[in-house]
Ligand binder design. Sequence first.
Ligand SMILES: C[S@@+](CC[C@H](N)C(=O)[O-])C[C@H]1O[C@@H](n2cnc3c(N)ncnc32)[C@H](O)[C@@H]1O
Length: 479
Amino acid sequence: MPPELRGSGPIHDSRFTYGPANIVANFNDLHITEARAISTHLPRELRPEGDPRAVQEIVTAIETAGGQIPFSEYMRLALYGRGGYYADGKVAFQQNGSGMGDFETAPEKSFDFSRALVVGVCALWDATGKKPFNLVEVGGGSGRMAKDMLSTFRNEQSEAYSNLEYFINDFDGMKPRQQETIGSSQGAHVGSYALTSGEEGHAQDLAKVTWLDAASETALQELDNGRPTIVVANEVPDAAPADIVSNVDGVLRQKMVAFDGTYFTEQWGELTPEVQDYIERYGVAVPVGQETAISVEALALQQKITHTPGFAAFINIDYGQFGPAFYDTEPWQPAPVSISGASGRPHGQWWTEAPLRTYPRGFHPLQMAGELDITYNPDFNAHRQAAEEEQLRTVFAGTQESFIEVCGMPNSRTMFAIREEIDSFFSEASKRRIDRARELFADRFQVLVVTNLTGVDFETPKPLLSGYDELVKLVGHRS
Ligand SMILES: C[S@@+](CC[C@H](N)C(=O)[O-])C[C@H]1O[C@@H](n2cnc3c(N)ncnc32)[C@H](O)[C@@H]1O
């Protein structure tokens, strides 16, 4: 074992250098990617009756529509309408495993996630002929991935750094926190370059970023600058408005939302033409008695992305599934959600957890409109099919773990072997967490890379990211 690992003391002591110890610290949370982890600490006051602006907009929409709206319309208004959870920038990200936040995503868990993604982007950029390029992040969240990708480009891929302009396409309500995150070392991960960047480095990174308001349908069209455009998105399609479809005694029905004067209520209605079309086009097969979620808008967002001027490639990362039997492999069991008494909303409505989830966990999606995140499991088959129908090539379609492995991370078998080898660095609690997460989430996250470029190879693993070579030597192999 290299001497710098033995006896280098507790991992958190070596904060300001980037070396194996930091990498192991990062791995504590990498591969877990247990997005939207349950948080028991609510980071902010939730208004039990919902955001009044969001509630009002939804009630008006229901009245205007003659008494009911598709669930997707409710979700759109609750997340992206006036006073919406994202539109209003309410979302509370959990950072550095603080336990505080509505949910936690992979870039929030580990700097190395963004570091591996930079390798993936560079593989695509190489195939453009290394021209000046647009790197667009759709759904920038807290700004963490932008911060870590930019500082990684600056430190590890300086040629690409000088050729890129970074764009964040998100709702304006998210912009102030993204600017703050990118422009400072506040809240940087252990080992992250962002910790050692200094004011100048942060200012340089921030100056590379331009915001494009997602509320504008044409924002992505503004990229018409003649450069190739590479797009990345982590956990964005799952936040697209989704519809719930159920097979009720052999007939497919769609969830509609009504208002009884006090509460939002749900009822099964006829399929809208868009939902019907999606079901036929993408082969949605819902077994009798089961429900699933589909999102016409997630595919519309993908299409908006692939129609961006200069579009070259899209790396789409999210939970969800590939596989021909996406809709009927998981026997989703309807389960009653536990509804907080505080809201006074009716208890005991039945709702399937799997097709739809709320964050913070445990609330009914029709509660607290505008205060909660609502998500569904994206159908990666449909995303792939839709992209291929537009003549794009799929150059990667697989699990997140296999993608970051191709991008220079050791896979989890190797990392667990390393973990065994340097057991003393890990607390029992974090080991349990890793094991549990691995069991539960190993294949829950997927990556789809579609492109019109030729010569992109995401099959041959890239060289190990610096620092990992020493760790891999510890176990003598990269399995
Ligand atoms: C679950 S968060 C993920 C944030 C971040 N990518 C991460 O991994 O931590 C979803 C993000 O997508 C944004 N978003 C949702 N729909 C969008 C759309 N149609 N266009 C652009 N951004 C969108 C939200 O505002 C939010 O920042």
